[in-house]
Design a protein around this ligand. Sequence first.
Ligand code: C5P
Length: 316
Amino acid sequence: MREIVARAHGKVNLHLGVGDAREDGFHELVTVFQSLDLHDTLSLIVDDEVEVREGSIVSDLTVTGLDARYVPCNPTNLAWRGVDKLVDAYRARGLESAPSVRIHIRKGIPTAGGMAGGSADAAAALVATQALLSDYLPPLDPTELDALAGELGSDVPFTLRGGTMLGTGRGEQLTHMLSRGQYHWALVFSKKGLSTPRVFGHLDELRAQGRDLPPSLDTTELSKALMSGSPEQLAPLLVNDLQAAAVSLRSDIARTLKLGQQAGALAAIVSGSGPTCAFLCSSELHARDLLDDLLAEGLYSGAVAHGPTKGAYVLD
Ligand code: C5P
């Protein structure tokens, strides 16, 4: 037995502009991602004694850590699908057999929390499987890997690459953005997750009912603020078009955002489709104090995080 261990990070959207639903059901996005140091760790436990020639090389998947009870432990898990997808790509290039693996995921990113936790697991699975199969064939070129990541989910290419990126299309088309310095966040998690399709669908409903929720498509001022490295300049520019829908579905989110503002956050936003709330702070100490204050108010749980950080990688 040997183990290949990979890590991938969660994200917050500094800007999440949501356009109309497309024919394929996805929404056209203009988004700015920032990866955070909050992470999941994935292990491939490799059994070199058992060679698999067809079907999945994954024999089992286990999960521990934050929200572990909500994560599926079957082939629908994005990490399991990530391993299968990469093995299929290698088989198409002539791979005849690969060793059987078990997957173990240690969660630090909330599940169904709007922080790309499942996508991070898929990205970690891709880099870990690439490392496993590098004994057999040369690695895929990065654009091919990005394309496979995009097939797994809209946020998977970003969690694979990390940093600060502009995402367009359904969020999978990425361009690097310049960003100076580090940004400190207090994150407040929820006991219960929120379904991403439900939040997108609810935004469509609110718009159809005539609510004034135009898509936020301009990131010019935000990109200037990111170059300044100043959280005070960035704070008023954070935008999330999904926030109104998330708040409408879950009234506890509005209370959490309000408590964070009252406690002195520079900005309070829903992370992605929620329900995680992200509070931008002026320093790590500010983030720690703010989180302590919010948890003292009885909010469920949370963490302090900073970004940007890197993409998915294999640990030595
Ligand atoms: O790509 P992913 O599988 O993560 O998306 C989950 C769901 O979120 C989609 O099925 C869709 O309902 C919604 N979504 C969307 N527009 C996007 C990204 C996701 O409507 N750009």
